[in-house]
Each structure stands twice: as structure tokens, then as C-alpha cells.
Design a protein around this ligand. Structure first.
Ligand code: SF4
Length: 331
């Protein structure tokens, strides 16, 4: 563990500016380089369905949001779309949905089978809390990496923000996935309403203890048509320092730069890479669906290949030629 943790409390590192922030990011970057080299993995994401049975207070896709046009793509249309637009830099693909079991069974399962059979892409999935048999079928079909976020590691806070199900169930799912052959990633939202310093620390500690290969932090952005519309946003400094803290605590995990960093800071995406992130995601959702995959706002910052590659270059890093999932299998 970094010596910074002996000299400073995590709360101090979170607010670090100037020389201390420089040191924090530098140590985080060096740790990332020591495990992964100066390379950033690149994956594509397709947001397959915005139907969701959950009602998270921080998300525009919550079931009570009547103002959202809902869509669910089918597997053939996604496969054809991918074939026509897959950027040359992409080595892994992530399929993401609201918590929509119809999409899981009717779209994702056949799609994963086909991608596994007809391509060399690593397959990651972010589909919410499902039944064990769904995870098993998806794994059997070719899914390898499952993203299931805890959002807050404090049980009372988790309940207060109406995060999906219960924290205990999410943790149980992480353990189940990790013991059934999945590589698992989890993460949290920094700056959620009513998130105290204690919640923040509890969340970091929990993520560190869980059997994860990836960990993410997203800055809270108040969602349109959600109970948190109009809530305050944390500073870009804190959000970006969170990335470095995660890296110092978890040197050998995949940590993504998420597009929401560009909302809290104009150069946020590149800075997240400088602070220790090692995964860039190119949004491949077809344009007509993209606007309705509204985690917080319809006015999203869309990271295409050009923007991702530019941020990687400006951060002094290079795009990896390898699939993140295959790389993880060897370490
Ligand atoms: S965060 Fe996920 S589970 Fe919660 S409402 Fe949004 S899409 Fe659904």
C-alpha cells in the first residue's frame, strides 16, 4: 500500500491540490504502469435496452421516469451494426442494459453466443442483478467479465438512494460471479446526495475487500427527471483524486476513465487517465437510441474513437493491442 496512506488520511487525499495532488497522481500512474505498462485497454459499449425494473433515485432510466422513450434492440440488429462500425482499436465489447430480463434472455444471450463464435472480442456485460441461472447461462454462452456496481458501500445510504435491491444482494452476486468463472468489476458514484465521508471510506474499503478485477468511480451528475434533479455536484478535483486513490488501493485492477469526468472538468477524461485509469470506452450505441440511454442527461458527452485515442495520447499513454479480458486471465 502506498506510503501516502501513512502520511495522509484518505479525506485529505480526496481534497488534494497542488504538490500533494501531483504526487498522488504520479504515484497512481506509476503503479498502473508497473502492472499494465503505459497502455490503455479499449472497449466498445452498446447500450442495448433502456427498460429498467429498478427505481434508483440517481438515474434517468428509473422505472418511474415516464418522460423517457424506451427501446430494446434485437440481437441481429446489434450484430449487423457492430460488423459495420467496429473501430479498429476495439478489443473488448461491453453490452449494457437497464435491469431488463427480457433483453437479457431475448437479446443478450443469443448475441453473446454469436459474438463468441464469430469474433475474437472479449465480452463484458453490465445487466444488473439477475438470477444465478442467468449468470450461468451468460457465462456458458461466452460472457467473461461482469460489471455490477455497488454505488454506495453503506447499507443505509444504499437504501436511501434506492439503489437496486439491497447491498447484501449485490455483494452476494459479486461473490457468486467471482466463484463461477467471471471476472468481476464493481464501482461507486462519488458525490451522491447525503454521501458522508464515512460512507465514502466504507465504500472504498468494501470495494478493496471484494474479489474484483476491476473497480470504477463515476462522479455524481444530477439526472434529469429524477428526484435528484437540481442537486449539487462534487468538484472535478475530488472526482479525479478518487481515481488515483482507487489505483493506489487496487494496483492490479482495471479502472476506467468514464465520460462523466468530462462533465465535472473539461479535460476530465484525459485527467482520469493521468490519475491512474487504464481503460477507455468507445460508445457504439446507434445514434437513434443513444439519446434515450439517459443515465443522467440526454446531452451526453459521447466518446468516439477519435476522442478516446486523443485523450490517451495527450495523457502520454498508448492504446493497448490486447483484450483487457485476455490480459487479466494471465495475471
Ligand atoms: S442505475 Fe441501473 S438499475 Fe438503477 S435505474 Fe438506472 S439503469 Fe436501472
Amino acid at each position: 500500500m502506498s506510503s501516502l496512506f501513512n502520511q495522509y488520511r484518505v479525506e485529505e487525499l480526496l481534497l488534494a491540490t497542488g504538490t500533494l495532488q501531483k504526487r498522488l497522481w504520479q504515484e497512481a500512474g506509476e503503479l498502473r504502469d508497473a502492472v499494465f505498462g503505459k497502455e490503455v485497454f479499449i472497449r466498445g459499449v452498446i447500450e442495448v435496452s433502456n427498460f429498467c425494473r429498478q427505481n434508483c433515485d440517481y438515474c434517468g432510466m428509473r422505472r418511474d421516469n415516464q418522460k423517457l422513450d424506451r427501446y430494446r434492440m434485437n440481437s441481429d440488429e446489434i450484430f449487423d451494426h457492430l460488423q459495420s462500425i467496429l473501430p479498429a482499436s476495439v478489443r473488448d465489447i461491453n453490452f449494457q442494459t437497464g435491469e431488463d430480463v427480457v433483453a437479457v434472455r431475448e437479446t443478450i444471450l443469443p448475441l453473446v453466443r454469436r459474438i463468441k463464435k464469430e469474433s475474437r472480442l472479449g465480452i463484458s456485460l453490465c445487466l444488473g442483478t439477475l438470477e444465478s441461472k442467468d449468470y450461468d447461462q451468460l457465462r456458458e454462452a461466452g460472457g467473461e467479465y461482469y460489471i455490477i456496481k455497488i454505488e454506495s458501500g453503506n447499507e443505509a445510504h444504499f437504501k436511501a438512494i434506492h439503489a437496486p435491491g439491497t447491498l447484501a444482494k449485490r455483494i452476494e452476486a459479486i461473490h457468486y460471479l467471482a466463484t463461477t468463472g467471471w471476472q468481476v468489476s464493481s464501482g461507486f458514484i462519488a458525490g451522491l446526495p447525503d454521501q458522508t465521508k464515512e460512507h465514502f471510506l466504507e465504500t472504498l474499503n468494501l470495494l478493496h475487500r471484494l474479489p474484483l478485477r476491476g473497480t470504477s468511480v463515476s462522479p455524481f451528475i444530477p439526472g434529469e427527471n429524477t428526484p435528484y434533479e437540481g442537486a449539487g455536484v462534487m468538484s472535478g478535483v475530488e472526482a479525479l483524486n478518487s481515481v488515483a486513490i482507487l489505483r493506489l488501493q487496487n494496483p492490479d485492477r482495471i479502472i476506467p476513465a468514464v465520460s462523466a469526468f468530462n462533465i465535472v472538468h473539461e479535460e476530465g477524461y484525459r485527467l482520469a487517465l493521468e490519475a491512474g485509469a487504464n481503460l477507455g470506452t468507445i460508445n457504439l450505441t446507434p445514434e437513434r437510441q443513444r439519446e434515450d440511454y439517459q443515465l443522467y442527461t440526454k446531452h451526453r458527452v459521447i466518446m468516439n474513437q477519435e476522442r478516446v485515442l486523443k485523450a490517451i495520447e495527450k495523457a502520454g499513454l498508448t492504446p493497448s493491442e490486447k483484450s483487457m479480458i485476455r490480459f487479466l486471465k494471465k495475471i
